[in-house]
Write a protein that binds this ligand. Structure first.
Ligand code: THU
Length: 159
């Protein structure tokens, strides 16, 4: 029997069409991206997380000479957030990733490992996290939940 899973996303073609809070997240993720430590890949990623208390947490990818010891921007940011605000819900996460000197780069989605990590916190807080991924030039893709980026997901309910 063939079945189908539908995922939903919104394409926001440019920065001007973002809401004020979305613009703030975009601006902060862009600044965070410029602070990424990525001397090996030269692929810079910035992330901004909006908490339910209105605070915004930012982070970037952190690489290492022993390559697997580095960490993506999304996990750097969400782990720090959970460590420091364990009981504060996460409302939105906006990610901007692109090669350092790319003139034209599309909106690039979070990697699979980051999706899995984000899912864990969505399950923990029992409330969806809106995920945005954007190009530095302002093209933005928005989903209402990490589940749209990870439709066949593994979570703690299976354990
Ligand atoms: N990277 C991220 O920060 N987030 C992703 O979702 C994909 C990849 C980082 C990891 C590494 O520092 C560089 O981008 C190239 O893979």
């Amino acid at each position: 029997m063939e079945k189908e899973i539908t995922i939903n996303f919104e394409l926001i073609p440019n920065y001007a069409q973002l809401s004020d809070i979305e613009k703030t997240l975009f601006d902060k993720a862009k600044i965070a991206r410029e602070q990424a430590y990525a001397p090996y890949s030269n692929f810079l990623v910035g992330c901004a997380i909006l908490l339910e208390n209105g605070e915004i947490v930012t982070g970037s990818n952190q690489e290492n000479a022993a390559y697997p010891s580095g960490l993506c921007a999304e996990r750097t940011t969400i782990f720090w957030t959970s460590a420091n605000y364990p009981d504060v819900k996460i409302k939105k996460m906006l990610v901007i990733g692109a090669p350092k000197n790319a003139a034209n780069s599309p909106a690039i989605p979070p990697c699979g490992a980051c999706r899995q990590s984000i899912l864990e916190y969505e399950a923990k807080q029992k409330e969806a996290i809106e995920i945005y991924f954007a190009s530095p030039s302002g093209e933005v893709v928005k989903t209402k939940s990490i589940r749209d980026l990870l439709p066949f997901s593994f979570d703690g309910t299976f354990l």
